[in-house]
Write a new protein. Structure first.
Length: 169
């Protein structure tokens, strides 16, 4: 299978699985454990390293490596959209209610006045939709993929230099 497609699918599937682990454990409802969701960044970087090593072995240059990583992130993002929609509309239909309850609890613990809590919760509601969440996941994956690929391509290419043709051969 094409290294770009296989790495993108791997990243998307593993990030989707991690999302469902967060749901099954209930960590998405816990103000402390909620931060564990951001392990998806490490998953994506690991997948990009694997994929970019494979594309470096094909002899791709730096710019082509960054494009390859961006394409991997795009494929992963499409899978993540599907996983996110499945998560919020089929499996955990009360996801946004749970997030809102956690937000209210956190704000109350910080001593935020009720009027300010109501304002912040109202603003959050507008963005907290299944498609809004899915698109945010896609954009986060894409931006992380572009930035990480730009950095990783330098490091990976230094370890997998492109063979230069010898004159006269």
């Amino acid at each position: 299978m094409n290294p770009i497609l296989s790495a993108g699918l791997l990243i998307g599937v593993l990030c989707g699985i991690w999302t469902f682990v967060m749901g099954a454990t209930g960590w998405y409802k816990d103000p402390v454990m909620y931060r564990m969701f951001f392990a998806v960044i490490l998953i994506e970087i690991g997948g990009l390293i694997w994929g970019l090593r494979r594309t470096a072995a094909e002899g791709r240059g730096y710019g082509s490596q960054v494009v390859a990583g961006t394409m991997m992130a795009t494929v992963a993002g499409v899978v993540i959209i599907g996983a996110s929609l499945l998560f919020t509309t089929v499996v955990y239909t009360d996801y946004f209610d749970q997030l809102e309850a956690m937000q209210i609890e956190l704000l109350q613990d910080q001593g935020v006045p009720e009027a300010e809590i109501a304002r912040q919760v109202s603003e959050s509601r507008a963005a907290n939709t299944p498609m809004g969440q899915a698109v945010s996941g896609f954009m986060g994956t894409l931006i992380t993929g572009i930035v990480a690929s730009a950095v990783l391509a330098i490091w990976i290419r230094s370890r997998h230099p492109i063979p230069r043709p010898q004159p006269g051969r």
